[in-house]
Design a binder for this molecule. Structure first.
Ligand SMILES: Nc1ncnc2c1ncn2[C@@H]1O[C@H](COP(=O)(O)OP(=O)(O)OP(=O)(O)O)[C@@H](O)[C@H]1O
Ligand SMILES: [Mg+2]
Length: 357
């Protein structure tokens, strides 16, 4: 287990024009931490991970494992275990032969190899499966073989690139718990790549949210969820409404904004919000922090229902307020609510938060 640092790391591919796939990224990952790179397709997650693994070298910047500069060191000299999206297992070989791969390269002796393979298979709850062929295993079992193969070399860092994307929804949820357990037990520093925000929040100590090759925010799941730095982060981490509201007064960590019904409300803001009276603030409010009520309730914003979707646990609605669509997720809605109904929207003002564009 070791800490991993990326200092001003950029990667430009020769044929990709002028835009950097990864653009001036600074990340410090603590030893033993479960750290996730999260963002939409093409934002640079895999490229970042491959630079940590040594499959790509940065165009500029430095990568350190502890105090060692590994920026230009080849992958086999880094002690990293890598798990790929498609597992990259050898289908014609047995489970044990697949897991043995990294040990063979490292010229570990037979007895020691056998012991470590059993240990790694035990860690992923596949003890006794060594002689099975890969094509006789389920997707979830194959995924765990890939994990055992990465763990068996006792890597200083475990790198995982969307390892659950081939699994069905239920198995994904089970396996993410397993991966977290194995990482905790092994005490390995883990860097995990996903575009699935709920997976990232469930598994990670901290998350870096990436957009267009840049890191937009780094923080614990709760912090990123409740205090997103930008409108993009707010919308990407769970659905969020980002309302444009006029600033009436601005103070150090509070901005008072005008609401569509003519009332005003104070909203928490980051210290560096830079807003002044007369500016337009972007205010994030999550669908679950809005409630439906009657049009006559004091303080409720009047709106008209334009979409209703029942999902089981919650009902998702779109309510048009002053011409703007607002997403609402409500546990309790009046029976028979339907498109066209006039409703009142109750805002959980404590949960509103000012974001940067
Ligand atoms: N070998 C390559 N040569 C040229 N361009 C590349 C190469 N690899 C990645 N890119 C480009 O770099 C950008 C980032 O790609 P990357 O694979 O890191 O994205 P990602 O965040 O992992 O996306 P996804 O979620 O789809 O896997 C993309 O615009 C991609 O087209
Ligand atoms: Mg990728």
């Amino acid at each position: 287990m070791i800490d991993v640092t990326l200092e001003s790391v950029s990667k430009r591919f020769a044929r990709a024009g002028d835009t950097a796939a990864v653009d001036d990224v600074d990340i410090s990952i603590a030893a033993g931490e479960f750290f996730t790179l999260l963002g939409p397709s093409g934002c640079g997650k895999t490229t970042t991970l491959r630079m940590v693994a040594g499959f790509y070298f940065p165009t500029s910047g430095r990568i350190r494992f502890g105090t060692e500069d590994v920026t230009h060191r080849p992958p086999n000299k880094r002690d990293t275990g890598m798990v790929f999206q498609n597992y990259a297992l050898f289908p014609h070989m047995s489970v044990a032969q697949n897991v043995a791969y990294g040990l063979k390269i490292r010229k570990v002796g037979r007895a020691e190899s056998a012991r470590r393979i059993e240990e790694a298979l035990g860690q992923v709850h596949l003890a006794g499966y060594g002689d099975r062929r890969i094509d006789q295993l389920s997707g979830g079992q194959q995924q765990r073989v890939a994990l055992a193969r990465a763990l068996v070399i006792r890597p200083r860092t475990l790198l995982l690139d969307e390892p659950l994307s081939n699994l069905d929804a239920k198995l994904r949820e089970e396996t993410r718990v397993e991966i977290r357990r194995i990482q905790q037990e092994a005490g390995t520093t883990a860097i995990y790549v996903t575009h699935d925000q709920s997976e990232a929040m469930a598994m990670s100590d901290r998350i870096a949210v990436m957009e267009s090759g840049r890191v937009r925010q780094i923080g614990a799941p709760q912090e990123i969820y409740h205090r997103p730095a930008t409108a993009f982060v707010a919308r990407f981490i769970g659905r969020s409404n980002v309302l444009s509201l006029p600033v009436v007064t601005a103070a150090a960590e509070t901005v008072t904004v005008g609401l569509p019904d003519g009332s005003e409300t104070a909203v928490a803001a980051p210290a560096d919000h830079g807003l002044r009276a007369g500016d337009t603030a972007l205010v994030s409010v999550r669908p679950e922090h809005l409630g439906l009520t009657s049009t006559t309730e004091a303080g409720a914003l009047p709106g008209r229902v334009t979409e209703v979707e029942f999902t089981g646990m919650a009902t998702n609605l779109v309510v048009e307020v002053a011409g703007e669509p607002v997403q609402v997720a409500a546990i309790d809605v009046p029976d028979g609510i339907t498109v066209g109904d006039q409703v009142g929207l109750r805002l959980n003002r404590d949960r509103m938060w000012v974001v940067r564009p």
